[in-house]
Design a protein around this ligand. Structure first.
Ligand code: CP
Ligand code: NVA
Length: 336
């Protein structure tokens, strides 16, 4: 039985540094297998429930394709398709799904729900994003960083923007676990909570440094990775003008890329991005302030430095790794 078997992935601290490193290498291994058209049916005959309370392009597609590639059957259960949250409690839903499915993905609002699903279903549950954490995103992100630089050692990742959202929380804690230095530049009101900073410190590998500041120039200096996310997350009910005005100084643009003074800096974004304002929502947001770009400008987003679409593809390989490791009863390769 593999070390991972039967475990859930609800938040970043569920795995140790060694386990994270194994999962990153396993994700890279599975990517190579896919590229070489080598079959990898580690989940033959399994059934996977994909429970979504919020919308998704990457996470839904990644779980679907990964399950198919592994020989499993994915079933999408959208918020308005099932009784969950209206007529039926989380616990009862979990018991029913756990009696039929071998694993459950959940995307939604509260972290408590994903924890309760894991508790009551008796099968592995994977967090596909909550208001607090986005752990499967982290596996793809640090896989992408390792794929590009060949190592995670001595690297600094700088995140600019809303420092209190799920992605910022997750980057801080995952960087800490893996020993990647994390800098976050955000207005004071949107800096990580004390609880998240304390968690990152508690789990930090030796010699990991953190910098949380309002000063963009200080945060980006030397950065190997510049990372941003949308300025308003799904389900957030905020004063749009206030939020945009607060975050405009934290936009990732050419000036800020040059301020890293590091020729090898790459740009990452979990996506979806409001980079070119092509979308209805993007246009409306920017028009309200009369600005031409939101969290990132096209000269960075579309440049050779941007690995955002490799990162998006890697969601699938990373999700495949976590499902195969926690649910597969076949031999999981020793990658050492
Ligand atoms: N990055 C990410 O989770 O994308 P989706 O919201 O499209 O799943
Ligand atoms: N912070 C964003 C991430 C989307 C993948 C959100 O929660 O909407």
């Amino acid at each position: 039985m593999s070390h991972f078997q039967g475990k859930s992935f609800l938040k970043e601290t569920d795995f140790t540094k060694n386990e994270w490193e194994y999962l990153i290498d396993f994700s890279l291994h599975l990517k190579k297998m896919k590229q070489e058209h080598l079959p990898h049916p580690y989940l033959q005959g399994k059934n996977i429930a994909l429970l979504f309370e919020k919308t998704s392009t990457r996470t839904r597609s990644a779980f679907t394709v990964a399950a198919n590639d592994l020989g499993a059957h994915p079933e999408f259960l959208g918020k308005s398709d099932i009784q969950f949250g209206k007529k039926e409690s989380v616990t009862d839903t979990a018991k029913v799904l756990g009696s039929m499915f071998d694993g459950i993905e959940y995307r939604g609002f509260s972290q408590t729900i994903v924890e309760e699903l894991a508790q009551a279903s008796g099968v592995p549950v994977w967090n596909g994003l909550t208001d607090e954490w986005h752990p499967t995103q982290m596996l793809a992100d640090f896989m992408t960083i390792k794929e590009h630089f060949g190592t995670l050692e001595n690297l600094t990742l700088t995140y600019l923007g809303d420092g209190r959202n799920n992605v910022a929380n997750s980057l801080l804690v995952t960087g800490a676990i893996l020993g990647v230095n994390i800098h976050i530049a955000a207005p004071r009101e949107l800096q990580p909570s004390q609880a998240v900073v304390a968690l990152a410190k508690q789990f930090a590998a030796p010699n990991t440094t953190f910098l949380i500041t309002e000063n963009v120039e200080e945060a980006v200096l030397g950065a190997d990775v510049l990372y941003t996310d949308v300025w308003i997350s799904m389900g957030e009910n905020v004063d749009v003008n206030k939020r945009l005005t607060q975050l405009l100084p934290y936009q990732v643009n050419q000036t800020c890329l040059e301020a890293t003074k590091n020729e090898r800096t790459i740009f990452l974004h979990c996506l979806p991005a409001f980079h070119d304002l092509e979308t209805v929502e993007g246009k409306a947001l920017a028009a309200s302030l009369g600005i031409e770009a939101l969290e990132v400008t096209d000269d960075v987003f579309l440049s050779e430095r941007s690995l955002a679409f490799t990162q998006a593809e890697n969601r699938m390989h990373a999700i495949k790794a976590i499902m195969a490791a926690t649910l597969g009863d076949l031999f999981i390769p020793d990658l050492t």
